[in-house]
Design a protein around this ligand. Structure first.
Ligand SMILES: C[S@@+](CC[C@H](N)C(=O)[O-])C[C@H]1O[C@@H](n2cnc3c(N)ncnc32)[C@H](O)[C@@H]1O
Length: 274
């Protein structure tokens, strides 16, 4: 009987019906994150996980970042879910959107920036229209990320990085954005959920675009490593959602190593159990 109910719940129509009912009931944040009840479920998933991770570390605030804002649909969804999470969990969430404001910048001139998919100037921002939709929670960091990422921590004094969406399309831009993990005075949670928007088209491959930027980042960075979010599909009512394969986690190896040493020292000081 139990197995039959479990099987029934996995049927698409039943699941979709359940989600529709849940949505009407205005459920709490964990249910929203689990059932993809959001305009950007990948952002809610990342930020909800960051709430749990921050709490575990004793942090009271974190930054959620969108690299690549364009018209602001994603940024406004991030802002709305950050507001809901803060209201329900007490975790303070500051939102930042990085963009040139003028659309995609110049390409580097070979296959790596995917000239097969995009061209310079694509996705310009309507700044005045977007600004009216943003609240005091959200700041736009305007300019080429190549120039804005390094001064981000000094200039904005943000809370530690908690969730990042990379949606800059280009290899060159994503490579520059990933330098946020090496920026002076950078602060981050030990594990930072990330979402990469442009790795699931048939034209995406490991030698161009965001996938190449991730591989190169892992080769050159000793302090932080990016890996797939292992087990992200487990226990989710919609494990087939495309974006789950685009969820990564940035791990602060440098800080985790120190923790390891401290934990060992602490363990060494403990009296042996009888
Ligand atoms: C696909 S759009 C982002 C869409 C947005 N995330 C959404 O969901 O509505 C990509 C954006 O990345 C921005 N971008 C790309 N490279 C950039 C760079 N080097 N510096 C700043 N912004 C960049 C472009 O201006 C463009 O608006």
């Amino acid at each position: 009987m139990r197995a039959a109910i479990a099987r029934l719940i996995r049927e698409p129509l039943i699941r979709l019906g359940a989600r529709a009912v849940f949505s009407l009931l205005n459920p709490a944040w964990r249910t929203r994150a689990l059932w993809d009840i959001s305009d950007r479920p990948q952002y809610l998933l990342g930020m909800a996980a960051a709430v749990e991770l921050a709490k575990r570390q004793g942090a009271t605030a974190f930054s959620a970042i969108e690299f690549g804002v364009a018209g602001g649909t994603g940024l406004c969804a991030m802002q709305a879910d950050a507001e809901m999470l803060e209201r329900e969990t007490g975790m303070q969430i500051k939102v930042y959107g990085f963009d040139t404001a003028g659309g995609l910048p110049e390409f580097i001139g070979d296959h790596r920036d995917h000239p097969d998919l995009w061209q310079p100037g694509d996705y310009p921002m309507d700044f005045d229209k977007l600004r009216k939709r943003l609240t005091s929670r959200t700041e736009l960091v305007l300019g080429n990320v190549r120039d804005t990422v390094h001064s981000f921590f000094d200039r904005y004094s943000p809370p530690p990085l908690g969730f990042i969406s990379f949606d800059l399309d280009l290899y060159s831009s994503t490579k520059a954005a990933l330098e946020i993990f090496d920026a002076p005075h950078r602060r981050m949670l030990l594990h930072v959920p990330c979402y990469f928007d442009d790795i699931h088209f048939i034209a995406n491959y490991r030698f161009a675009g965001e996938l190449l930027a991730i591989d190169e980042f892992n080769e050159r960075s000793a302090g932080v490593k990016l890996d797939r979010w292992h087990g992200v599909k487990n226990g989710r009512p919609f494990p087939e959602r495309y974006f789950l394969d685009q969820m990564y986690v940035a791990h602060d190896i440098a800080a985790l190593s120190t923790l390891g040493a401290e934990a060992s020292r602490a363990r060494a000081q403990l009296p042996l159990q009888a």
